[in-house]
Design a protein. Structure first.
Length: 298
């Protein structure tokens, strides 16, 4: 890939940089701090050692006004550190998707400052935005899969547009398919998949480039409870492997059961920002989480 793309990266590893994805199998995940973080991969030998808890996302006094009376976000201030898994909750229209859309620079803030991996988003030129976006995987409620392409091709296409070679795609895809439990479905078209499987493809596609930051906007909004557990487990596994994950969700019960940090919004304002009581306690592995979620889901 051209070196200009490296220069365009906002301090995150270039999205086009492909390497074999090294994900631990379930039950053998790395502990916090043990992960080989993507951000660390770009550290120059002379650069100071970064705190593994460094800030990946920072909003400072961010407002988004959508024209007269349309408040998307009002003076929101929060920071998300590397490898956190954070839930954005709040009623419809409270500003969850606005935060996601600001992060991918689909929207510009009316005031305030947004930084991602230390880079002020305001300093990224419009034409460099596609390169910036390669660092962020995005999962939507309605999957947004390409209907005329197979599972394999949907994921391969996402890698292809970031400049990955066929060879790189061929070596990366089996890992992604295995991680997301899609190995037997690779020749299926989206309409031949269940909702949960389609969402798995969407997660696989978002994660294919191994982005340091993954955003999921209502990833379980259209799924039944059992399928939702599978998707949450998948996002948890991705998080434990070193990716910072931000999830917008209406499903308060699921969010409570996940025992992660919760940021609650109301009419564009942050009204609660709570770390889970479980912080610092022994971490569950993905299987343990899945078992517990099933037990606690009535
Ligand atoms: N393009 C737009 N033009 C005008 N107002 C908008 C626009 N997009 C969002 N809004 C308004 O901004 C506010 C926040 O919307 P946002 O989509 O962020 O909410 P949300 O928390 O994601 O809601 P939901 O749970 O329904 O997805 C809402 O009042 C919404 O009507
Ligand atoms: Mg929304």
């Amino acid at each position: 890939m051209p070196s200009t793309e490296h220069a365009a990266s906002p301090g995150l590893p270039p999205g086009g940089e492909r390497r074999k994805i090294d994900l631990p199998p379930p039950g053998r995940e790395r502990r916090r701090g043990e992960h080989r973080a993507p951000l660390a991969a770009t550290r120059r030998p002379s650069a100071p050692v970064r705190d593994s808890r460094e800030t990946v996302v920072e909003f400072r006094g961010v407002s988004k006004l959508y024209g007269p009376g349309g408040v998307g976000l009002e003076r929101a201030t929060f920071a998300v550190r590397r490898q956190e898994m954070v839930f954005l909750v709040g009623p419809t229209g409270s500003g969850k998707s606005t935060i996601m859309r600001l992060l991918i620079k689909e929207l510009e803030p009316s005031e305030g400052r947004i930084r991602v991996a230390g880079r002020d988003l305001d300093t990224i030129e419009r034409k460099k935005v596609p390169y910036y976006r390669r660092n962020i995987g995005v999962v939507f409620q309605d999957f947004k899969l390409l209907p005329t392409r197979t599972v394999y091709d949907n994921i391969a296409y996402a890698l292809q547009v970031t400049g990955a070679s066929r060879k790189q795609i061929r070596s990366t895809l089996p890992d992604i398919l295995r991680l997301t439990g899609l190995s037997t479905k690779l020749h299926n078209y989206p309409h031949q998949l269940s909702g949960g499987e389609q969402q798995r493809v969407a997660v696989a596609r978002a994660f294919a480039g191994h982005p340091p930051l993954l955003l999921a906007d209502e990833p379980t909004g259209n799924l039944d409870p059992e399928t939702s557990i599978g998707i949450m487990q998948l996002l948890y596994r991705i998080n434990r492997a070193g990716t910072t994950v931000l999830i917008a969700s209406h499903d308060n019960e699921m969010v409570d059961r996940m025992r992660r940090r919760v940021i609650e919004l109301k009419r564009g304002r942050i009204v609660r920002d709570e770390a889970s009581g479980l912080y610092g306690a022994r971490e569950e592995n993905t299987d343990e989480l899945g078992e517990r979620l099933k037990r606690e889901t009535t």
